[in-house]
Design a protein around this ligand. Structure first.
Ligand code: UD1
Ligand code: UDP
Length: 377
């Protein structure tokens, strides 16, 4: 089987890493990795390939950042040309970025079966480009890999055929479990930053609906100053750009707010593991917080990772100054409750990637990974 894998952004390299490692063990699948170039700075891309021992992508389209429509259309043009030449039997796209949608559209237009990793998630928030990307990609796909029953149910509710869905768990859980020990040994980030275990909060922020809106961004930054705790803040390039554009730098001069460039995966795992609380608007980091048993406050009005909320280990606080400050105080005064909590991971046992690779091959060999007019398939 010839399989194309398409990625482009930081979380995609991480969720693909176990799959890329496991594919190396299966000689029946000949795989190629195409990077759209959506993320291009070395701390957003190259560092992950190096740290995770992954081969560099076979092709990098180097599309970089621009307006959504322009970016997606450039990606489609580049991907289509390569798919026409290489004629793969399937195209795997992870997540919900513009690279995901471009890969899904290019493949489905050429009648190449699309395999969507991390299918069925819904935030029901149409302000999010990710909600558009993931919904459309799901409906272009012939194999929809889900991380939980909720995601599977969302697809069934939208009329996706049950036989097209494959529920396993989350390959981001596989990735973090495979790398936690190494991060503990190798990373010196706590010493480098001069912070102590469980004596700081970790913050990440990059969601378009937060950082591209001055009021929301300012409200979040103001809350950091009110909390009065040490906050480690590896700042996404989009956020850095918007802080400068909105002239909000003065909110980050407090010496307790440690603003740094994005860090590599091993340093980030170490920072997550030893944080007292994680504050984030990231999708992936909400799940990593749960996996590492660290309480999380999500700086959004909704989340597609609904199980983290149901378990009581994650709380939505939006961009509201008071909710953020109260959320932090509440966790800090109930820290024993979190230590005693049952942190059973709803996103799998860390072995999802192996199951996925085997299932792709099995579906291909049995003819169940094909574009067909037969409604029963
Ligand atoms: C993208 C994804 C988002 C994902 C996030 C992960 C879409 C629509 N968004 O958002 O779903 O959660 O990646 O981090 O696909 N930039 C750099 N260097 C880089 C990459 C980006 O400086 O290597 C800056 C550019 O100024 C760019 C901005 O960041 O304009 C945003 O980059 P872009 O890829 O468009 O979106 P993200 O916010 O990174
Ligand atoms: N991450 C990292 N360094 C950082 C910030 C995040 O390695 O400085 C990793 C993190 O461990 C997680 C992924 O990046 O695996 C999350 O990516 P991001 O928040 O950019 O995207 P999202 O998950 O929201 O799509």
């Amino acid at each position: 089987m010839k399989l194309f894998i398409i990625s482009g952004a930081r979380p995609q390299f991480i969720k693909l890493s176990p799959i890329l490692q496991d594919l190396q063990k299966i000689s029946e699948i000949d795989y190629y990795h195409l990077h759209t170039g959506q993320h291009y700075d070395s701390y957003m891309s190259e560092v992950f390939f190096k740290e995770l021992g992954l081969e560099a992508p076979d092709i990098n389209l180097q599309i970089k950042s621009t307006k959504h429509g322009e970016q997606i259309s450039k990606m489609i043009t580049g991907i289509e040309e390569i798919l026409l030449k290489e004629k793969p039997d399937g195209v795997l796209v992870p997540g919900d970025t513009n690279s995901t949608l471009a890969g899904g559209l290019s493949a489905s237009k050429l009648q190449i079966p699309v395999i969507h990793l991390e299918s069925g998630l819904r935030s029901y928030d149409y302000r999010m480009p990710e909600e558009i990307n993931r919904r459309l990609t799901d409906h272009l796909s012939r194999m929809l890999i889900t991380t939980s029953q909720t995601a599977t149910n969302n697809l069934l509710d939208e009329g996706i055929k049950e036989s097209w869905i494959f529920q396993t768990g989350d390959t981001m859980v596989d990735a973090i479990l495979r790398n936690s020990e190494r991060a503990a040994k190798i990373s010196s980030i706590l010493n480098d930053l001069g912070v102590k275990k469980k004596d700081y909060l970790l913050l990440t922020l990059h969601r378009q609906e937060n950082v591209d809106t001055k009021e929301r961004l300012e409200s979040i930054l103001t809350s950091l100053n009110q909390i009065g705790e040490i906050v480690v803040f590896p700042m996404h390039p989009r956020t850095r750009k918007m802080v400068e554009k909105f002239n909000l730098q003065s909110h980050l001069t407090n010496e307790k707010i440690i603003t740094i460039d994005p860090v590599g995966y091993l340093d980030f795992i170490k920072l997550e593991k030893h944080a007292q609380i994680i504050l984030t608007d990231s999708g992936g980091i909400q799940k990593e917080a749960l996996t590492l048993e660290v309480p999380c406050l999500t700086l959004r009005d909704n989340t597609e990772w609904i199980e983290t909320i149901e378990l009581g280990v994650n709380k939505l606080v939006g961009a509201d100054e008071n909710l953020i400050v109260n959320g932090v105080n509440d966790i800090r005064s109930n820290i024993i409750k979190y230590e005693k909590m049952d942190w059973k991971n709803p996103y799998g046992d860390g072995l999802s990637s192996e199951k996925i690779v085997k299932e792709i091959l099995s579906r291909y060999n049995s003819g169940n990974l094909s574009i067909s007019s037969n409604r029963m398939l």
